[in-house]
Design a protein around this ligand. Structure first.
Ligand code: NAI
Ligand code: MG
Length: 395
């Protein structure tokens, strides 16, 4: 394999802690790469009025491969208040740079694998009828449409007159017709056939490649007939090319119930942006939560890999760090998968599995301790110790 260049975007808070840990693992597994640092996050919002500087976009366009840590986001008004004085009053509006990256590079396919590791004390367990308990192994991958739907950003409070009159042309708008503009907020849910076709094809392709028996569309087509309906329709078309893979359909609300009853029944799940966000967090909770949840954002030209957790400001300044690097390390394994380094990806996951199974080196979250500097005295390992243990297990 040719030497790769990876754009490293640690971002804010614990993003700066966990990303270098993942690079240590990538180095140790023999992945030959150069890492170029790119600026992203809160610091650049405050200093430059842009949390996603153009130079970062350029680096990603050039190299096509990004590892991202986490960023800090704050509500609109709070964000404006923190801008440096010379940038105040210029009408700058904060937008999340990770959402920006997804839209900028059309990273429309988001993959969030959620797999139980044997021996993880955070795994989902359930009661059996005879009063005992069992621990079903979860092995699901959520495919979330990443650029459209409710997160597409087409929204208004007090919609402009042309939008208002377009809304009024819909018979169902009658009920809202008397609502004054300032009291009316609208967030649109736009789906395109192209994106529905791409996310469902990516889901089936993944199922075929990894030997999963089914793809479940998780939407709400009985109510959201147009948008959820289009996703289902495209899934049915794609399914014709995969005769051996079953196509199931569940409603998001029912799915949330089913996954706490029988999560082992689901393998590849595909959903629009918001429902995909929800259902992937729910699945992640069954396999260890934020300390384990990895993800990929994939487009045609660029792919960016990130843990799903945020910047955890509470723990960002603890020295030594106590946060769990496993989510970020599994994220790095997804990067390896993406570029065809399958053996190295597997070696990383096997090493994580071995450390979890052995149970000697555990972050505070795995010990179910409230976070804080005292967790080390209570037997929790530091972030670096967990990485060290994983590196020691690399075959
Ligand atoms: P968070 O994910 O940062 O933290 C939630 C909880 O999980 C906290 O108790 C945190 O300490 C813990 N946690 C997170 N990652 C962990 C890890 N690797 N190991 C152990 N414990 C971990 O979410 P929160 O607190 O809602 O948001 C904090 C900031 O992060 C906000 O500014 C938010 O906007 C941002 N955020 C950024 C995301 C991103 O960069 N993709 C995603 C989610 C939140
Ligand atoms: Mg989320």
């Amino acid at each position: 394999m040719a030497r790769r260049t990876v754009v490293s975007m640690p971002g804010d808070g614990i993003g700066q802690t966990v990303l270098p840990e993942a690079i240590r693992v990538l180095d140790a597994v023999g992945f030959e790469a150069d890492y170029v640092h790119a600026d992203i996050g809160w610091e650049f919002w405050i200093k430059e009025g842009n949390p996603l500087p153009e130079r970062t976009v350029d680096l990603l366009a050039e190299h096509g491969l990004g590892l991202f840590g986490a960023i800090t986001s704050k509500p609109k008004n709070e964000a404006t208040a923190e801008l440096s004085p010379e940038l105040q009053g210029k009408g700058l509006v904060y937008y999340s740079p990770i959402v920006g990256l997804r839209q900028r590079f059309d990273l429309d396919v988001c993959i969030r694998p959620c797999r139980s590791f044997a021996g993880n004390p955070l795994n989902f367990i359930r009661r059996t009828a005879d009063g005992g308990w069992e621990e079903p192994m979860v092995d699901a991958a959520i495919f979330r449409q990443n650029t459209e739907g409710l997160y597409g950003g087409v929204e208004w409070t007090d919609p402009p007159p042309d939008v208002r009159s377009a809304l009024e042309s819909h018979p169902k708008f009658k009920r809202f017709a008397d609502t004054p503009g300032p009291d009316l907020a609208v967030s649109s849910r736009i789906f395109t056939r192209r994106a529905c076709a791409r996310i469902t094809r990516a889901a089936f392709e993944y199922a075929a490649k990894h030997g999963y028996p089914s793809v479940t569309v998780c939407e709400k087509p009985n109510v959201l007939r147009e948008t959820s309906g289009m996703l289902e329709e495209e899934a049915r078309k794609v399914k014709e090319d995969y005769p051996d893979i079953q196509l199931w359909s569940t409603n998001i609300d029912a799915q949330m119930m089913w996954l706490t009853k029988s999560p082992e029944d689901y393998s590849v799940v595909v959903a629009g942006n918001m429902f995909g966000d929800i259902v992937s967090d729910a699945f992640a909770g069954l396999v260890g939560g934020l300390g384990f949840a990895c993800s990929a954002n994939i487009g045609d030209e660029v792919a960016v890999f990130e843990p799903t957790h945020g910047s955890a400001p509470k723990y960002a300044d603890l020295n030594p760090s106590i946060v769990n690097p496993i989510a970020m390390i599994l994220t790095a394994a997804m990067l390896l998968d993406h570029i065809g380094e399958l053996d190295r990806a597997k070696a990383v996951r096997d090493a994580v599995a071995a450390v979890v199974a052995e149970g000697k080196v555990r972050a505070y979250d795995m010990l179910r301790l409230p976070g804080g500097p005292d967790v080390l005295a209570k037997g929790a390992a530091t972030t670096a110790e967990i990485t060290d243990a994983i590196i020691a297990r690399l075959a």
